[in-house]
Write a protein that binds this ligand. Structure first.
Ligand code: BMA
Length: 306
C-alpha cells in the first residue's frame, strides 16, 4: 500500500481557518480529544500582534469548531512559573481521569509546560516538565512500569537545525529522569530533525506514534510526518519506523502560508471501528484533517520500516 492511500485528506480541508476566530492571525498545530460525547481541544492561535497563544474550543462532530477568541485561563499560585509568556503546539492527554495539556511554554526560553483541566475552561498550571530548550513534549496516556512517561525533543533558542527524540519518566509529573534516546534523524524527509507528535496510541504491536520529520531544502525547512511503533514496556526501543513519510506538504494550503511547506500533527483520535483522524497544522496558518485505518497504518509502518 502506498502512503497516499494509507492516509487521505478530509475533502473539506482545511477544517479550521483563522477567519472563523475574531482577531486571530492563524490557527494550527492544535490538540483535540473526545469529550463528554462531543469534542474539546486546545488550539494554537497566533494573534494579530503575532504572539503565540492557546485557546479553548469545542465541537459536536470534531470537524466544525467553535474556538474562543480569548486565550485559555491558566491558574497558577506560584508566580515563579506563572509566566504565561507564550504558548504553542499543545497536546492534550487523557490520563488519570483528567486531561493534561503539554505545550511549548516560555520559561527563560522555550520549554515544555504542563497544566491540568477537567472542563477545558480552567487550566491549573503545574511545574514545567523540562528545562529550556525544548519545543515538543507529549505524555503517554498511561503510566509505564508505574511511572509517568513522555517523549520530547531538545532544541535551541532559535529555529533549531537539529532534533532527536528522547524518552523520560517521572514518579509524580514533576521530577523527570531516565532520559533515553529513542531515535534521531535519517535520510530524506526526516534528515534535519525528528520529534514527537500526537499522544502515543497503545496497540498490541506497540505504541503507535505519529512523529514529525524535517528536511532542509534550498528554500528552508519542509515538515512532513511519519509513524513509528515503540516497545510497549520500554518505549525508548523503536520497533519500526517509516522510511517514507505518511503525509507531506503537497496541497496549496500546506505549501503556502505564514511558514510554507509545513504539515505538523499534534492530535490523533482512534474510533471504535479503527478509523484514525489526525489533526495537523498546515503551513503555520490553518488546520487540516487526515483520515486512515489503524490496521492499515500499522501494516504500512511495519512494511516500510528502515
Ligand atoms: C516549529 C514550531 C512549529 C512550526 C514549525 C514550522 O519550530 O514552531 O510550531 O509549525 O516550526 O514553522
Amino acid at each position: 500500500m502506498a502512503n497516499e492511500t494509507v492516509l487521505r485528506r478530509y475533502e473539506g480541508n482545511p477544517i479550521i481557518v483563522p477567519q472563523q476566530i475574531r482577531g486571530v492571525n492563524s490557527v494550527f498545530n492544535s490538540a483535540v480529544v473526545p469529550f463528554k460525547g462531543a469534542y474539546a481541544g486546545v488550539f494554537r492561535c497566533d494573534e494579530q500582534d503575532r504572539s503565540m497563544t492557546l485557546h479553548p474550543g469545542f465541537s459536536k462532530d470534531g470537524i466544525h469548531w467553535d474556538i474562543s477568541p480569548e486565550r485559555i485561563n491558566l491558574v497558577c499560585d506560584d508566580p515563579e512559573i506563572a509566566t504565561h509568556g507564550y504558548g504553542y503546539d499543545p497536546r492534550v492527554i487523557p490520563l488519570d481521569g483528567t486531561y493534561y495539556v503539554c505545550w511549548c511554554n516560555n520559561y527563560h526560553g522555550p520549554t515544555i509546560g504542563l497544566a491540568r483541566t477537567d472542563d477545558f475552561q480552567t487550566y491549573y498550571q503545574m511545574e514545567n516538565m523540562l528545562p529550556p530548550y525544548n519545543r515538543n513534549g507529549v505524555l503517554f496516556p498511561r503510566k509505564i512500569g508505574g511511572k509517568y512517561a513522555m517523549l520530547h525533543r531538545p532544541s535551541d533558542r532559535g529555529h533549531t537545525p537539529f532534533g532527536d527524540m528522547y524518552y523520560a519518566e517521572s514518579p509524580d509529573l514533576m521530577h523527570w529522569g531516565k532520559q533515553r534516546f529513542v531515535f534521531g534523524t535519517r535520510g530524506g524527509w526526516q534528515s534535519t530533525k525528528v520529534g514527537p507528535g500526537p499522544v502515543p496510541i497503545e496497540t498490541p504491536e506497540g505504541w503507535l506514534c505519529f512523529y514529525h520529520g524535517v528536511l532542509t531544502s534550498c528554500n528552508g525547512f519542509v515538515y512532513s510526518f511519519g509513524a513509528c511503533l515503540l516497545d510497549l514496556e520500554q518505549p525508548w526501543k523503536c520497533l519500526y519506523r517509516t522510511r517514507p513519510y505518511l503525509l507531506a506538504p503537497t496541497e496549496p494550503y500546506e505549501r503556502s502560508g505564514d511558514v510554507p511547506n509545513v504539515t505538523f500533527p499534534c492530535a490523533a483520535i482512534v474510533f471504535p471501528d479503527k478509523t484514525v483522524w489526525i489533526y495537523y497544522g498546515c503551513a503555520d496558518t490553518c488546520t487540516g484533517l487526515a483520515i486512515g485505518n489503524l490496521d492499515e497504518i500499522i501494516a504500512f509502518t511495519k512494511e516500510n520500516s528502515f
